[in-house]
Design a protein around this ligand. Sequence first.
Ligand SMILES: Nc1nc2c(c(=O)[nH]1)N[C@H]1C(S)=C(S)[C@@H](COP(=O)(O)OP(=O)(O)OC[C@H]3O[C@@H](n4cnc5c(=O)[nH]c(N)nc54)[C@H](O)[C@@H]3O)O[C@H]1N2
Ligand SMILES: Nc1nc2c(c(=O)[nH]1)N[C@H]1C(S)=C(S)[C@@H](COP(=O)(O)OP(=O)(O)OC[C@H]3O[C@@H](n4cnc5c(=O)[nH]c(N)nc54)[C@H](O)[C@@H]3O)O[C@H]1N2
Ligand code: SF4
Ligand SMILES: [Mo]
Length: 859
Amino acid sequence: MSDRQKTGVTRRSFLKWTSAASAMAALPLSRQLHAATPAPAQTTPAAAPAAKGQWKPVACWHNCGGRCVNKALVADGVVVRQKTDDVVADSPDFPQQRGCLRGRSQRKQVFGADRLKYPMKRKNWAPGGGDKTLRGRDQWVRISWDEALDIVASETKRITGQYGNESLWVTGGNGTDFQSVFSAAGGFTGDWGTTSWGAWFETPAHLGLLEGFYTFGTNDRFDMRNSQLIVMWGANPAWSSPGSPTYNYYQAKKAGARFISIDPSYTATAELMDADWYPINPGTDHALALGIMHALLEMDSPENPLIDWEFLRRCTVGFDESNMPAGADPKKNFKDYLLGTYTGKPTTPEWAADICGISASDIRSLARQIGGTQRVALLTGWAPARIHNGEGWVQAFSTLGFMTGHMGRPGRMTGACCHYAAGNNGTRLVMAGANGLPAVKNPVTLKINHNELNRALLEKKFRQRGVGDVDANIQMIFHPFNATLQTRANIMQGIEAYRSGVEFIATAAYVPHTCAKYSDVILPVTTEWEREGTILNPSNREVIIAAVNVTQPLYEAKSDQWIAKELGKRLGINVDEIFPISEKQQFFNKLNGATIITEDGVTKAPLFTITQADIDEWQVTGTPQEGRITLNEFLTKGKYQVERTPDDNYGYIAYEDFIRDPAANPRPTPSGKFEIYCETLVEKAKECGWTELPPIAEYIPSASGYEASFKDFSKKEKGDYPFQVYNPHYLRRSHSTLDNVPWLREQWPSPIYINTSDAKRLDIKQGETVLVTSPQGKILRPALVTQTMKPGVVALPHGSWTNVDETTGIDMAGADNTLTIQVPTGLGTSGWNTMLCNIEKWHGEQLTDDARLPQRIIG
Ligand SMILES: Nc1nc2c(c(=O)[nH]1)N[C@H]1C(S)=C(S)[C@@H](COP(=O)(O)OP(=O)(O)OC[C@H]3O[C@@H](n4cnc5c(=O)[nH]c(N)nc54)[C@H](O)[C@@H]3O)O[C@H]1N2
Ligand SMILES: Nc1nc2c(c(=O)[nH]1)N[C@H]1C(S)=C(S)[C@@H](COP(=O)(O)OP(=O)(O)OC[C@H]3O[C@@H](n4cnc5c(=O)[nH]c(N)nc54)[C@H](O)[C@@H]3O)O[C@H]1N2
Ligand code: SF4
Ligand SMILES: [Mo]
């Protein structure tokens, strides 16, 4: 009997079921929020009756963590329909790369009625800012491209001339065309933070992981099937690890793995995997891990071994006083910290239970299950580490892996598993080439941490890493490809800052998102569908995806690069040095330079066959080469996917060599081993200059975390903000991208999730509007009352476009960052998943469903 017959689940029915399950598990009554009215009519053409026209591969380019096959049916120059991967037959070992609801709604974004059509300026803007208090509520005036570019260039020159290039803040780090131009024009202040990774950004120094997003300690997808127990510790791939990861997890389940989910909510993935759920208070994972490790010490014995002492001795330093790194105080070892030998405060399961909300007996049970099972995968998302003071959690989680030896061997792994590399870690097998543009160095080295952006604007000071407090005088903000005002903490304070100090704000965008709304000038850009084309490197290391042009630029939109070049010319720099080749040549270079790792698992070879005739036809320069498929085949099919088998040379077991022979393959740490005691972290925290970090994973409560929800923690008397609120990454959008699409709004209404008992106590009924208040701001949302949330905790999905009512100051859209706060701690970690709030029934007018709200159309 085949697997399919045995389980009765085909891929198609499984996927249908997962999407239904996703909707049901977490949104049991979502339909009721919308029962009455359909979404407003769409402005794009309806689906064509028959598939006339040509299917073309198109981009789905947002930061969802994935890249799926997405195709558009173009008939008479109009996109009439979309579909996803049907290139090959589908199987568990060679799965199709199917898109999600967002990808399939992409044309509603590209051709949306709310696209930015023309360059615009704020009516009451004047050089120097004009009436700055009107930012975000002024009228817009259509202007020509010449006027728009002249304004941005003359304000850049005036402001950097008067206050220096440090006064220009170009948001979002480095790497966009705009950043290249501003760098060449004298430079700009940048910003830095730990956005996605939370404390996983730099804390893995203790593992010797100093760079590289792909290496997070987990094994590849075939090996996952060797695990007997898979712990999803703050991970919900069905919602937030796009593409095949959930399907890979499902293969492990079919192969016999049992699942545990440690999460404040019972997730769609937990439901699909039939996981045992351990509901936890957000941001208290560190305490739970310490409690489990204490329980391991309590219960471990030669008859009932739960701890892998051999692994600890061979591969780590710092566990007990016998294996401390040179020069360290032996009393500062981790084991004695767990036992409370010198502190008098052991991290017993009882101590941990009081903080994390999981009972002491369940903590002991977790210790027995994790320590007593042979092959365990400890997988965490970054979410539990996106908290202030989260560094110790990352260290504690790894240390649990060291203690139980679940690392570096078949079916055994301990690491971060979400976004890139979720469910399938290892070397990227196919890779796009470089576009051929030179890197341009920014001569200004100042960078503001994300927890000090508002401080820099309002107090005119921030802490420069390695230097200390420096003066800031930001007078111009330029937003390229990011949504900084929306996606960094404390939007209300950000708006206040935008409306007071800064003299000029400009944004390049294709829709009127939050940064555009609060700007003085908007530069309308094209989407990927309107550009030359590109290759997308998906999170799935086995696949590479093509995207071609399907439409002329809409309205007066121009590519980011065209705008950057025009700006550069007006700033007096030689743009031919920065952009020496055309956008078409850049696309071609990515194709010409694309590589595949050959069957030996090591050697790189060209991926595409390119002939001189191709080069001539494209009218570019290039090198003919032999590859696996022709350019035309790739650009027609839309993907290249490496065909894998369980015993191929592409398998991956993280840290395998080191764990087999640590002396021959040392980790790049000072000791050459995994460092339970890690001096590097202490030094890094000193360099950052906010709060200090201990060398071992000592528990530090998160700022605005569970403990802070009490007036007096020992008496368990709740304070003014009694609920913990965290932000799941949500299927309606990728961060704030796509939040405006009515189809998606209709399917995923973006409620606030609250437990039934809490709702009952507060007299909140299903779908009723509630007011959520934090010291930073107020929002309204419909309540989604569910048993699947831990009591005392509410989940507010990440990324809805803030929409502040100017009279009440309430954010009607419920943007997560209306509630959050900027607090710099440790290694500059952004802390979004432990905020405190109050919830109450709203007695004013009930909210209209997001799907029925008018779109934000300007111009
Ligand atoms: N409260 C809270 N805040 C969070 C998080 C959280 O969980 N909670 N998560 C954090 C995480 S993990 C991340 S990664 C960040 C994401 O932070 P951002 O990167 O700022 O988020 P996006 O919403 O993806 O912003 C991308 C913006 O670029 C625009 N855009 C897309 N393509 C183009 C283009 O080609 N050209 C131009 N000019 N613009 C383009 C989109 O319209 C969108 O406005 O948010 C972080 N913020
Ligand atoms: N649909 C969608 N998918 C996305 C994105 C998106 O915006 N939308 N963004 C992408 C990006 S850039 C990133 S960085 C990744 C992020 O991916 P992850 O870091 O995995 O984040 P989330 O999906 O928000 O949360 C994962 C799980 O952690 C749980 N959780 C939250 N806080 C805690 C906690 O303190 N402790 C524990 N134990 N569990 C907790 C949540 O309930 C959720 O089930 O997602 C990517 N995928
Ligand atoms: S998972 Fe991401 S890349 Fe895939 S279709 Fe959805 S939004 Fe697009
Ligand atoms: Mo992220």
